[in-house]
Design a protein around this ligand. Structure first.
Ligand code: NAD
Length: 304
């Protein structure tokens, strides 16, 4: 096995169990020194203080690797800043951040308590913001950084009963889209993993035969590919059961309407062409979309 991450230091949040644990072990196995963060809470975010992170650290050290446990709550700016300072004090620098910590508080939107909505957004979205902000200037100064957000099919495609989770998981994709651009010049690459795994989050939802296929270890190689030196940036990688796929956000070619068609009737009449997926493309950034519309509108009017 190659020592791909020799000399690299990684922080993995929520790494006491499930996917985070598997990612931490996978990074350590290939030479990274790992900060194993975990608040040790239950799936709904209640309780705290399990020994899970320390157990993962023990497992890494038994195999000859280097790791420290950290109990920061990712929703706390102070905790996450202190975690980064501790990592630098212990290992000298930070190269990789895997934002993985998460909780669930599922309910239909009708029955959703807004405190439960906020808590889930706080852990997934603000937790990723806090940890990323805490490493950002350090990575900028070193001109090296590999950051991964963890989204979900729920955020990308929707899932009944998960408005809080879906909103938070779509939010981290928006965060990636911007940070991939802001980090590019300083060799900071930002990607997003969309896993589907057998963990305590899903163990009651899926039959045993399916769970057996979806072990976290079948996803971690995808995570590793998003944080190598040659990693892509702004990629959304789906992973589960050893299957990998890329999610892309595309826009249809679009339709420019004449001045007398810019009304409800005009949009409805053009709807089939507006939605025609033939020739859909990705936008490099927000301004690319503006340029496209200005180009189409100007072309129709013979301006360019
Ligand atoms: P898990 O419940 O097994 O592990 C989550 C870990 O996060 C736990 O150890 C928990 O203590 C920790 N955590 C929760 N809140 C925290 C906080 N505030 N600060 C620090 N640590 C905290 O879940 P998992 O299935 O391994 O999920 C890992 C990530 O993958 C999550 O972001 C989850 O939303 C995402 N995900 C999982 C699946 C799946 O199928 N399991 C699918 C899509 C996305």
């Amino acid at each position: 096995m190659s020592n791909e991450f020799q000399g690299r230091v990684a922080i993995v949040t929520g790494a006491g169990v499930g996917l985070g644990r598997s990612h931490a072990l996978g990074l350590a196995e290939r030479g990274a020194k790992v900060v194993v963060n975990d608040l040790g809470v239950s799936t709904d975010g209640s309780g705290s203080g399990s020994d899970a992170a320390r157990a993962v650290v023990a497992e890494i050290r038994e195999k000859g690797g280097h790791a420290i446990a950290n109990g920061a709550d990712v929703t706390s700016r102070e905790d996450t800043q202190a975690m980064v300072e501790e990592a630098i004090a212990e290992f000298g620098h930070i190269d990789i951040l895997v934002n993985n910590a998460g909780i669930l508080r599922d309910k239909t939107f009708t029955k959703m308590d807004l405190d439960d909505f906020w808590k889930v957004v706080d852990v997934h979205l603000m937790g990723s913001v806090n940890c990323t902000k805490a490493v950002w200037s350090h990575m900028n100064a070193r001109e090296y950084g590999r950051i991964v957000m963890t989204t979900s099919a729920s955020g990308l495609y929707g899932n009944f009963g998960q408005s809080n989770y879906g909103a938070a998981k779509a939010g981290v994709v928006g965060l990636m889209n911007v940070l991939a651009q802001e980090g590019a010049k300083k060799n900071i690459r930002v990607n997003t993993l969309a896993p589907t795994a057998a963990t305590r989050m899903t163990e009651d939802l899926l039959p045993e035969q399916v769970l057996a296929l979806l072990k976290p270890e079948t996803i971690t190689p995808g995570l590793l590919a998003l944080v190598t030196e040659d990693a892509p940036t702004k990629m959304i990688l789906g992973a589960g059961g050893g299957c990998f796929a890329e999610t892309r956000i595309t826009e249809t070619r679009g339709v420019a309407l004449a001045d007398d068609e810019i009304n409800l009737e005009g949009v409805l009449a053009a709807m089939d062409r507006i939605r025609d997926p033939e020739g859909a493309t990705e936008m490099a950034n927000a301004f690319t979309q503006t340029q496209k519309y200005v180009g189409l509108a100007a072309e129709l009017r013979g301006i360019v």
